[in-house]
Design a protein around this ligand. Structure first.
Ligand code: GLN
Length: 243
């Protein structure tokens, strides 16, 4: 089996170790004997987005979002074609925001976004920034997980019809929100950095299965030894008094 990953704006949209998500996807695929190709794509670079099984876009501060959003809008048709062809998407923070209707940043600039989903994001005042460790309960493709991560965003994301999970500790889509992220059959979008996947390997496997589905249908992945990852997650869940 072979997996093709597109890592968008790898040089601009990468906060708090988001690139670790790519390493985890690659390693967990290769340990199962799946050949993994990771291509990067930055401003003005031509790429056939619909040729990829997995599209990854990390987080970025307002400045980086400002730098990339026009280039991203220019790729809307390719991204829509990828969605139609069954590509899986993992979007973190600033990347998550740019798939909604718009992002109004800290200086009041309105960044038109891709508009695939109904949600929109408005930057909070500085007293209501959402910063810190976060824990969620999330159900993805039939399994329920406790997830941990780190969030740091001013953006308050509203009108999310299908969130990724319920907040157990932390803020989520808005300051002291009940819900976090966005989820549909192909897209996992979240404010969780930290990075997300090294701390939540079961979520990494769900995303790998979604990406493999495009060419191979429902795939079962061999179990890996996640003892250390599970212990690390447990430490954080205990610290947050969630368990
Ligand atoms: N600039 C955005 C915000 O503050 C995104 C930040 C991020 O990607 N961590 O909401």
């Amino acid at each position: 089996m072979k997996l093709k990953i597109l890592w968008m704006y790898h040089d601009l949209m990468d906060l708090y170790g988001d690139k670790g998500n790519i390493e985890v996807l690659r390693r967990r695929a290769e340990k199962r004997g799946i050949e993994c190709v990771v291509d990067t794509c930055t401003l003005d670079e031509k790429k056939e987005i619909q040729d990829y099984d997995l599209f990854f876009l990390g987080g970025g501060a307002d400045r980086e979002q400002q730098l990339i959003f026009r280039d991203l809008l220019g790729r809307r048709d390719g991204i829509a074609a990828a969605m139609d062809s069954g590509t899986a998407f993992l979007l973190i923070c600033g990347g998550y925001q740019l798939f909604g209707q718009y992002y109004k940043d800290q200086d009041g600039n309105v960044l038109e976004s891709l508009g695939f989903f109904d949600y929109y994001t408005v930057a909070s005042d500085r007293d209501h920034r959402c910063i810190g460790n976060i824990a969620l309960e999330a159900a993805i493709d039939g399994d329920t997980f406790m997830m941990v991560g780190f969030e740091n965003h001013g953006g308050q994301t509203m009108n999310v019809q299908t969130p990724l999970g319920r907040v157990l500790s932390g803020h989520g889509n808005m300051y002291r929100s009940e819900f976090e992220g966005f989820l549909n059959d192909q897209v996992v979008a979240t404010y969780m950095h930290g990075p997300l996947l090294p701390k939540n390997p079961a979520v990494a496997d769900k995303i790998l299965m979604r990406a493999l589905k495009r060419n191979y249908g429902e795939v079962q992945l061999a179990k890996l030894d996640d003892t250390l990852e599970d212990k690390a997650r447990e430490v954080m869940l205990k610290r947050l008094k969630v368990i």
